[in-house]
Every structure is written in C-alpha cells, then in structure tokens.
Design a protein around this ligand. Structure first.
Ligand code: IPT
Length: 937
C-alpha cells in the first residue's frame, strides 16, 4: 500500500519531544521555496530529490503557506462531510500534490554532528528528502515531525525536497469543521543537536496551596543543571525535586520564573509556572481553587494565509481575549502553533490542548467503519496523542488534554486516554465523545440547553460516575452571525452550580477568506459540496474586529460585578484567584447622558469570591434622567492592556425620568392643497401616511414586523414566519378620520393568502412642535411569534447622523443586551451597521429615549419614546438586507430606512444549539405604544 493511503502514522521521524529553543544553532528554512503543483501523486515527477533536478521553471512559493491561497487549486469548506468518497483509507486518485524544493547553505559556524530537521505542520502528508536521501513520511497535519539529518548535511547547497499530498489516509482523521487547505503551513527549521545536549525534558512545577511551596523537578536523560536566578537556584541537579516558596501561576496572575537548564553542551531557557491541576470533590481545581472557565474555542485562521498564522496574529488573539475577560481557550480541534501556547503561558489563559483528530464525516454514515473503532488506525491515534502531549508537556497553561473532537467512541480513543493518563498523571483528560465518561476525567457536552445544564448542576444524572465529575461545555453559545443570545443565563447556571465550571463559546473567529473587497465562505470557490456560511461563526470577524457577540460575552463574564444594592453599590469579585487590589473604581454621574461630575469610588480590597457594599458617593442634584456609572479599571498597565482598561462596570439609576412631558397646545387637522395638515406633519388623505415632517419629505411610519432573518432565526422560527407571510404584509386602509384634534388612521395589516392579520390603528395628535403617534395593534387571528414589532419609515438620505439617549453604544437584542449601557451616543448611519459576513438583521439599539437623525447642518427629525423604543437606521431596506449574500451586495440608496420598535424577538443560538429562551420570544399580543415625532435643528 502506498504511504499516502497507509492508515498508520508516518515513518522515519525521531521520537516526539518537547518544543523548545536553545542556544544550539538553528537555521530557519522559512522563506521562498521552489514549488510546482501536480494533479495527482502519479503525475509528480521522479527525481525531485536529486541535486541535479532542474526546478528552474518552477514557481516560487513562500513557506509557510497554504497553496490554495496562492492560486493553486481552490479552498473548499465542509463542516461534517468528507469532500471525497468515504472509502477508508483510500483517497481520490486526483490528489493534488505539491512539490517543494529549497537549497540552503549552512552558516560558517554550523557545528559538525547531529542535527534534526523540524517541520511544525504540513497538511496533510509529506514525503521528505535531504540531499537525495529519503528521510521519511509525515502525517498528522497540525503536529510536528523531526528527522535526523546530521550525517546528510554539507556546508553548501543542501537540497531539501518535500512532496506534499492534499489527501492521505490522515485526511480521514482530520475532518474538522474548517477549510480544506494544503501545504507546509508552519515553520521548517534545521536544529543542531549537540552531543551531550538536552534532547528532551519535562519540567514539572507543582504548587501546594496549603503550604505555599512549589516543587520543581525536571525529567531528562541529560545530566542537566537547573538555574532559577530569581529563586536563588543556580546549579541544581535537574532530576532532584526542589521545594521552595513561590508565587503560583494562574491565568489571572501568570507568574513565570525565568530559568535555564544546561549541560556543558547546551543551554535551554525555561519559563516555569508553578501550578497543580486536580479533580477534587468532583471539581476541577487549580492550586486548590475551583475554576470557572470563561472560554472560547480557537481555530487557527487568517483571512489571507489560512492556517498559517504568524506569531503577531496569535499575540493579537491573546491580547484581544484578555481584554474581553476571556480566561480559557480550547485549541479546537488540533494543537495550535507552539507559539500560541507560549503566549498563553505568558499572558495567562487556561488551555485545553486538543489532539489533531476528528472523524465527523462517518457520523452521517452511522459511524460505519469509523477509524476510532478500527485496529488498523490504532497506531495513528496513539501517534497523534503522543506528539501532542510530548510537544506541549512543559506548558503551565495547558491544564487538560483533549483526545480530539467528534470522532464517536472506540478502543482507539480509549487507548489514547490510557496512554495519556499513564504518561501525564498531572493533567485530566477530556473528550466530549465519551458520553459515558468511561475513559475521561471530566464530563463535557456541546450545545446543551440551559435546562440540561441545570439538571447536571442539580446532579440529576442517573449515571453515578458521570454525575460526580466536573462538568464543562466544550462548545456552547454558537456565535454564528448575529448572536449568541442567552449567555447571561448560562453564566447564572455556572455560578449557581459549583460542578458546572463554565465552557467555551463556539467559536473565536469567523473563518472568512479575503476575496477582493469582501470575505468569502463555503461555496464561494465553486465547491461541489460545501456548508456555506457555517464557517462564519466567530466572536470576532475574520479581520479580528470584535463583533457585538464578543462585547456581550466580555460583559457577561466580567470578573468584577458592580450593581445597585440597598444602601449603596455592591462590588463582587468573580475572579477565581486574585483580589481587586489591582483595580481602580471610578464613577461618573450623567444627566441625559451628559457627564455632570466624576470621582474615584473608595472600594476596599475585595477578595476572590467576596463582595463589598460601598456607600454611594455624594452626588450633586441633577435634572432629567441621570445615571451613575461605576467602572473598575486597571490601575496600572498590565502585559495585555494599558492602565485604565475597564474590566467591569455597572450602572445605577439616580433619578428616573418622570413621565414624558409633551409640549402643550393641541393643533387641529386641516386640509390644504390635497393634503392633511396636523402641526408639523403633512399626511396623505387617502393612505393616512405622514408624507412630510417639518417640511422634510418622509415615508411615514407604518406597522412592520419583519427583520432580515439571522442565521439563528433561519434555524428556528424563520420558516414559520415565512409561511405566515410576515415578510410581505399588506396594508388595507379602513378609514382616515379627523376625529376632533386627532387624525385617526384605521388599518388592517395582513399577509397575502392568509385570513389572519393585525388590526392597527394610528392616532396622530399635534402637541406644540411635536406629533404624538399612538399605535394600537390588535391581533385578528394571528398567533405565534414575530421577528419584531414596530414601525418602519424612511427619511432623506442626507439625515446620515444619529444621536440618541438610551442603550448603546453597540447593538443589542433582548437576550444579548448586557453590554448596552444608558448614555448619549452619536454615530453616522453607516457606522450603526454591523457588517456580518453573511448579511442579516443587525444594529438594533435598545431602550432609546430619544433619537435625532440629522444632516451635516444639524437639521433633521427627532423621535421621542414614551418611555423608550428600539431603532435601526440603514441605507437599505430589510428586504435588501435579507437578499444580500455578502456585504458587497448592499448598496446605499437615497433614503435612510428607520425601524422604530416596541419589541424584538430574541436571538438565541439555534444555528447550533438551543433557540430563544421562552422569556425572550416575541409573542403576538395586543400592544399599544406611543412615539413622538418632531423636527431637529
Ligand atoms: C460541533 C463541532 O464540534 C464544531 O467543530 C463545529 O462544527 C460546531 O459543531 C458547529 O459550528 S459538532 C455539532 C454536531 C454540534
């Protein structure tokens, strides 16, 4: 059998060992290589390994890279399905094969003796030669492989040839929900391995929280000495345990001690983090404390380079996570570039390090012939786990090993767990697919509903083993498009039930690929089978701009909570370890959103898990509606954010608005020039619609219940809504009456082909310079839920600036609105849009007391709530938004379309997981609301 289709691991490589750097010479071989893509294994030329092979006509390709992103073939996206016939271990004969060649000289100082060639990642299978000699074959795309090359090296003109196949038996084990992309996508390095150097080491640094002592012990075959200058350790025999008082490592306080491990031949810098992971009392603990994992799933992706993710991008991810209160990462679904884990050590993130394994595509085939249960694949499974654990064993941030994802269950997974338990008893093993928890140490679920989590929290599980394990959600809160909703309710469960230890939102990043001026997703490359925009489900956009979902998540999981309480302000510390000593609490009093006074709030240091009641500061009297906003921010710069960075905030109402005061002086309705006039409004006498406001032409407000469906809507309620015809309501005018001083427009609003509808009456009254509109909606047979309930109107496109007092600054929906505070905000209409990669409903602002929409001169209209409303403002209609498939399909028209709502349906996360919680569902019911309209100048 050809190596390509051999279900076993690769061959020829050295035993796996830890990733580390040392003072031994290293030669990076990244850069420009020669490259040519062939359509099949058989089409690739013979002799590429030879010195005299002529590659002068070949192209040039950067390494690391993924060739589909350089014009060779095209990316393809499938979630679960294999894009080739499921005929394991066979792969298509049309198997794109990329030959890579590079010549290199050794630096003059390069020592004679052993050396290894290290490949940090090649997708999916490679055969490798140096100077005409075959080194071996590697599979396991996201895992390193090293080959001994010392005797083969020559001072000048070494020839390295790497033949990479897109498909291999390994592809059956790499069916993760992501783009199929190929190539040498991580670094290639030549490393000198001095005789008497440090081949491998395992630095175990434990922490005993009862004594405050750390223990460090290094397992290595080398006769090495450990130095930790900061701890006064200078030449300690590495193998002997050393106990000494230390500060522990945690994600919140990632204390690392720099040290070194040396022999006469080699010196390895080490960074030591003392911490002990344990399952104790059915809880996952580190250093004696229960953890609450406020995590995300992170794939490696960049919109231009795919899974070749440069270190600065990994660092940007870590900083962005830390700044959004994220404390944990699951490396879904493969070990990341080793640089990422070093950053997790340094900046502080708890990590579930997951093996490169997923066989999801067997699921739709009833798991028939699933490799997890087939002995032919056992070696490959073990090889992958070994390479994961050995590579990353020295990382304090890694607290759990994960066997992989969505590979069903079977003896091969059991073997992996067994091997891991044996090799590393210091870290628990995770695998969600072991539903009985027979070979894992934590109970893990994905997308469990709130009710299921509650039941697990209540320990209602009938299986006694599973019931007593710590529980986590390895995936939840599917962040596809607009959403997720319901994060707050998960947090409440994690806080109520100690065994519910948090989870990992799916997922960190939208995997959009840059295509000209927009981001592409599945199907955009002509793939025969694909899963569309299901790959666009992150908390950050492909360019790593935070989405509203991330802003909400950051607020929900904030480590310090500030709330109104009888007698003052309650400050609660929700960190797992640290106190609030590093934080400064500031307050600002705003009246109608305008700052009146600010100060520092005197808050005593609050320990983890504790809270303090702080009296309100002395506040001046204010007019209007005023709020006190208290923020907890970093007193001094941390490694991941500047001083002043806010980690938590809360708002307290100081003086509530009294009932809306309408101007006095009613005006009558009169007819003039074929129009009805009422105060500042002009109306069409036939339709009863407002056609001008203060002389500005408008398309007056009328009932509308539609929103451009979200990904979550389409997975839950949209089909009902479409069937009911809610997207194409028709308006029948029953009567337009000038009833005293009121203009009353009675209508029946209903979908075609249906008998049910909504009786809708609009009552307009002129009050001074304001028009008051009272809307009464009475269901006439219509039942079920609505996308939203309110009005739509349009105003001149020149009114492109919005200012409002209410919830902001970002968008919010009923089940995703923790991040919206009450304030005064201004945004251009264009900036009110959230550019979801797959366009959909977005940009809703909640609890708006008033809104001004004006042109460059400040002229325009204003809308007042009684007391509040939601709004969106866009340069296109909901229908255009619904029809768009990419952001570039949206074109600004001449009007600004406004929605003014009394309610929105929640978001939920039904695109993968539970739908909208009952309390956030917008049920049709009799509704009345009032809005004011006037001129802004
Ligand atoms: C789950 C997968 O583990 C994850 O990789 C991703 O595909 C996610 O779904 C959806 O975006 S598996 C699913 C069957 C719950």
């Amino acid at each position: 059998m050809s190596y390509v289709e051999d279900p076993g691991p690769g061959h020829g490589s050295a035993p796996p060992r830890a990733a580390f750097t040392s003072d031994a010479p290293a030669l990076p071989l990244s850069g420009t290589w020669r490259f040519r893509l062939f359509s099949a294994v058989a089409a690739a030329p013979a002799g590429v390994e030879r010195d005299d092979f002529d590659d002068s006509a070949w192209d040039e390709l950067p390494v690391p890279s993924m060739w589909q992103l350089h014009g060779y073939g095209t990316p393809a996206y499938t979630n679960v399905r294999y894009p080739f016939p499921v005929d394991p271990p066979h792969v298509p004969s049309d198997n794109p094969t990329g030959d890579h060649r590079r010549r290199f000289d050794l630096p003059a100082s390069w020592p004679a003796g052993p050396a290894v060639l290290r490949f940090d990642g090649i997708d999916s299978c490679a055969r490798i030669w140096l100077n005409g000699v075959e080194l071996g074959v590697t599979k396991g795309s996201r895992l390193p492989a090293e080959f001994e090359v010392g005797p083969l090296l020559r001072p000048r003109d070494n020839v390295l040839a790497v033949r990479v196949h897109q498909w291999s038996a390994g592809s059956y084990l790499e069916d993760q929900d992501m783009w199929w992309l190929s190539g040498i996508f991580r670094d290639v390095t030549l490393l000198a391995r001095p005789a008497g150097g440090i081949g491998d080491y395992w630095l175990r640094a434990d922490y005993d929280h009862t004594t405050g002592l750390g223990t460090v012990r290094v397992e290595t075959e080398a006769d090495a000495l450990l130095a930790i200058p900061e701890l006064g350790v200078s030449a300690h025999p590495a193998g002997l345990p050393l106990e000494l008082p230390v500060e522990p490592w945690s994600a919140e306080s990632p204390r690392l001690y720099d040290g070194s491990l040396s022999t006469a031949a080699e010196r390895v810098p080490v960074r030591i983090g003392f911490r002990t992971v344990a399952i104790d009392d059915g809880l996952l603990k580190v250093n004696g404390r229960r953890l609450l994992l406020r995590g995300v799933n992170r794939h490696e992706h960049h919109p231009r380079t795919g899974r070749a993710v440069p270190r600065d991008v990994a660092l940007a991810d870590v900083l962005l996570m830390k700044r959004h209160n994220v404390n944990a990462v699951r490396t879904s679904h493969y070990p990341p570039d080793p640089a990422f884990l070093e950053l997790c050590d340094e900046y502080g993130l708890w990590v579930i390090d997951e093996c490169d394994l997923e066989t999801h595509g067997f699921g739709p085939l009833e798991w028939e012939r699933n490799p997890s249960a087939d002995p032919a694949w056992e070696d490959a499974y073990l090889d992958r786990m070994r390479r994961t654990v050995e590579r990353d064993k020295n990382r304090p941030s890694v607290i759990l090993w994960s066997l992989g994802n969505e590979s069903h269950t079977g003896p091969n997974l059991e073997r992996m767990a067994e091997w891991t338990h044996h090799r590393d008893p210091t870290r628990p093993v995770h695998y969600e697919g072991d539903h009985d928890c027979s070979y894992v140490d934590v109970h893990s679920r994905m997308y469990a509903t709130h009710a299921e989590v509650e039941s697990i929290g209540l320990r209602e599980d009938v299986d006694p083993r599973r019931r007593d394990l710590p529980f986590l959600l390895c995936e939840y809160g599917h962040a596809m498009g607009n959403g997720p909703g319901g994060l707050l309710e998960y947090r409440e469960l994690f806080e109520r039930y100690p065994n519910c230890q948090g989870g990992f939102v799916w997922e960190w990043l939208d995997h959009g690929l840059l295509a000209g001026d927009h981001f592409a997703y599945g199907g955009d490359f002509g793939e025969a089978i694909h899963d569309g925009n299901f790959v666009i489900d992150g908390l950050v956009f492909p360019d790593r701009t935070p989405s509203p979902g991330l802003v909400e998540f950051a607020k929900v999981i904030e480590p310090v909570r500030i709330e109104a309480a009888p007698g003052g302000i309650r400050v609660s510390n929700h960190y797992d370890f640290v106190s609030t000593a590093h934080l400064t609490f500031t307050w600002v009093l705003e009246s109608e959103g305008i700052p009146v006074e600010e100060g520092i709030l005197d808050v005593p240091t609050v320990q983890s898990g504790q809270n303090a009641l702080v009296p309100l500061p002395r506040l001046p009297a204010t007019g209007g509606e005023s709020w006190l906003t208290v923020s907890a921010s970093l007193t001094s710069a941390s490694a991941w954010a500047p001083a002043g960075h806010v980690v938590g905030w809360g708002q307290l109402p100081v003086s509530r608005a009294v009932d809306v005061v309408w101007p006095v002086g009613r005006g009558p309705v009169f007819r003039t020039g074929g129009r009805l006039r009422l105060g500042v409004g002009e109306f069409d006498p036939v339709t009863g619609r407002l056609i001008a406001l203060g002389g500005h032409p408008v398309r007056g407000p009328r009932l509308d219940v539609w929103r451009a469906t979200t990904d979550n809507d389409r997975a839950e309620s949209a089909s009902e809504w479409w069937e009911a015809g809610l997207h194409r309501l028709q308006h029948r005018v029953i009567a337009v009456d000038a009833d005293g001083d009121d203009l009353v427009v009675r209508t029946r609003v209903a979908p075609p082909a249906q008998a049910s509808g909504l009786l809708t009456d609009y009552t307009w009254t002129a009050l001074g310079d304001r028009l008051r509109l009272r809307v009464e909606i009475t269901p006439d047979g219509l039942a079920g839920t609505l996308p939203r309930l309110g009005l739509t109107m349009a105003v001149p496109g020149a009114f492109g600036s919005a200012e409002w007092f209410g919830g902001g600054p970002g968008e919010a929906y009923p089940d995703s609105r923790q991040a919206a505070r009450i304030g005064r905000f201004s945004r251009g209409v264009d900036d009110l849009q959230t550019p979801y990669v797959f366009p959909q409903e977005n940009g809703n602002r909640v609890d708006v007391r008033w809104l001004r929409l004006t042109d460059a001169e400040g002229t325009g209209i204003r809308v007042d709530g009684d007391p509040a409303f939601d709004f969106t403002a866009r340069r296109w209609t909901s229908a255009a938004l619904e029809a768009a498939r990419h952001t570039t399909d949206l074109h600004a028209g001449d009007l600004v379309h406004l929605t003014l709502d009394v309610a929105q349906h929640g978001l939920g996360s039904a695109s993968c997981g539970p739908g909208v919680l009952p309390r956030y569902r917008l049920q049709v019911r009799k509704t009345e609301f009032t809005l004011g309209f006037g001129v802004a100048n």
